[in-house]
Design a binder for this molecule. Structure first.
Ligand code: PLP
Length: 221
């Protein structure tokens, strides 16, 4: 598993220092996460609540957990005691749930609003204008236990690099508009193993890289 350590170092070396690397460890065992941890990696992304909750107690307390997959409101309570950031918020109702649950454990949780930018049909994510409205709404600004930090998006899974670039650029433009209204919105999470160099060129501040670090995922196990 020395490979993981090397992959972490080479991905890091390819990123500008200000870009945060989220190592997406979904489907990979705790031992693989430990290997990345030994290479200095601290931020890890998981897309399932149950899997993140199973791994969290097995790893050092300074690991920073990001949820990057769809979150059902009845599962919010399981992650609020430890999660650093929820990147996949797609409704005002979910923000309110997170706020209430985080209040009970005395925490404030960073959130990103997930925006639908891909042309392909995806189930999750807000329409761009709806994301802007939600981020800037009075209701959101008054949540005491939630802090919306910015936007997250996924480009189409296509070999057409120009389409991917257009999609990332559209999210960057939306984020710029958001920041004109609220300069504290400092996170733009975009870019995965196949497209993160393009995302960084388009202005990403946070990339979510899985298979490029941990190898291919096997969903059958
Ligand atoms: C799985 C996943 C990633 C990482 O995907 P790779 O292609 O393995 O880098 C990034 N973001 C989200 C939301 C994901 O679900």
């Amino acid at each position: 598993m020395k490979e993981i350590e090397e992959n972490i170092r080479s991905v890091r070396a390819s990123l500008p220092p200000a870009v945060e690397l989220v190592a997406v460890s979904k489907t990979h065992p705790v031992e693989a996460i430990r290997e990345a941890y030994r290479a200095g990696q601290r931020v890890f992304g998981e897309n399932k609540v149950q899997e993140m909750c199973a791994k969290q107690p097995e790893l050092p307390g300074d690991v920073r957990w990001h949820l990057i997959g769809h979150l059902q409101s009845n599962k919010v309570k399981y992650i609020v005691p430890f999660v650093e950031m929820i990147q996949s918020v797609d409704s005002a109702e979910l923000l309110a749930k997170i706020d209430a649950a985080a209040g009970k454990v005395g925490r404030r949780i960073d959130c990103l609003l997930e925006v639908r930018i891909a042309c392909e049909e995806t189930k999750y994510g807000l329409e761009p204008e709806a994301a802007l409205a939600l981020a800037l709404s009075e209701q959101t600004r008054h949540l005491e236990h939630v802090r919306v930090r910015g936007l997250m998006g996924m480009a189409s899974n296509t070999p057409d690099r120009e389409q991917v670039r257009r999609e990332f650029s559209s999210l960057k433009a939306l984020w710029d508009r958001l920041r004109e209204q609220d300069p504290t919105m400092d996170v733009l999470s975009m870019g995965m193993s196949g497209d993160y160099p393009i995302a960084v060129e388009c202005g990403s501040t946070m990339v979510r890289v899985g298979s490029r670090i941990f190898g291919a995922r096997n969903y059958d196990v």
